[in-house]
Design a protein around this ligand. Sequence first.
Ligand code: ADP
Ligand code: MG
Length: 363
Amino acid sequence: MAQEERFRVFVRVRPLRNGEQNGGLQCGTNSVTAAGGQELGFSGVLPPDASQQQLFDHVGAQIVDHVIDGFDACIMAYGGTGSGKTHSMLGDAGAGQPGLVPLAMRRLAALLDPGAAGAGSGGSSAGQLVAWEVQCSAVEIYKEACTDLLPPRKEFKKERAINWGMLQQQRVRSEAELMRLLSGVMAQRRTAATAANEQSSRSHLIIALALTCTRRCLAAGGAVEDRQTTSRLHLADLAGSETADQSGQDAARKQEAAAINLSLSALKRVVPALARGDAHVPYRDSKLTLLLQDALSGNSKAVLLAAVSPAAQASSVTSSTLSFATTVRGLRITASRNQARTSKVEVERLQQQLAQARQELED
Ligand code: ADP
Ligand code: MG
C-alpha cells in the first residue's frame, strides 16, 4: 500500500541566552516570520518555551506509530551550531530533559510491552504481537570518515563505502538501557572530536533503532503462522550548517569546510532531486546520503527539524536554515509498509561477513 505524503518540516526556536540580543523572529503555530522577512509556513513550529515532551508530541509520536505500523522513518535535525539540534535529538538526561531519541524509545516500549494499552495492535498490521525487539546502531561521520560509536569503537577510512550492515547493533529493551548506551555513544563522539581537535558540531551523528515485531497471523487454510517485520527509525543530529557558508574564509579553511560539508551539500542535492522525482538521485555522493538512502526513499516517512536561534547574532544562519527548510517542505515522498522479509540490512550484514571470511582465507 503506497501513501503519498509531504516531507514534514518542523521549526524549533531555542530560548534566547543571557547576553544575546533578540533578532525579532516571530513564531506562529505553523509559521515563523524573520525580522523584515515574509511569513513562512511549516507543519509545525515549536516556540522557545516548548518543552521536550511537546516537541516529541508534535514531531516524534506519530513517527514512532508509523514505525510500529511497519514503515521506516527518519528525523533529521538541521541548523547552525548552537541552535539546539543535540538538545532536541538527545537532550540532557541528567537535567530530566530527554530528547527525541530516548522519548521515541519510551513510546516504543510503552506501546509494545505486554499489558500496555494498545500493545499488540500495531495499527492496521494484521495479527497479534507475540514478540518485539529493538536493535540500536550509532555512527558518526566526520570529513567523510565513519566511526561506529558502539564498543569496541571502529573507524572506517573515508575511501570505503559504508552501509548499515557493516555497523554493530546492540539490543535495547527500555528507555533506561538506551540512555546508558547513548551516554557511551556521546562520550565516544566527544573523544573522536577532541582527537581530531574539532568540535562535535562538525560531525554528523546518526542513530538507528531497528524494530522487529513478530506477529501471529492466520495464514491461508487456517494455519497459524508467525511473521516478522523489521522497520527502522533513523535519527540524525547533523553537523552545524554554517560550514556551508564558506565566504570570508581563507583557502585552507575553505577546503576544510568543504570536506566537512560534503555530506550536507550532498543532502541539499538529494532532497530537491527527490522532490523533482529525478530518475537518478545522487545518494552515492556522500556517506550521509548513502546511510540515509533508505530513510529518504521508498518505504520511509521523513521529518526535518530545523533548529534555529532567535538571537540577532545568528540571523544569517537562521535565514539560511529557514530557506533550506522551505525547500524541503515541498517534497512529496511515497511511503509503503515493509512486508515480512529478510531486511536489506540483514543481507548487507551477511555480505559483509562473507567478504570478511574471504579476506581471512586470503591472509
Ligand atoms: P547544537 O547541537 O545545535 O549545536 P545544542 O543542542 O548543543 O546546539 O544547544 C546549544 C545550547 O543551548 C546548549 O547549552 C543547550 O542545552 C541549549 N538549548 C538548546 N535548545 C534549548 C531549549 N529548547 N531549551 C533550553 N536550552 C536549550
Ligand atoms: Mg550539537
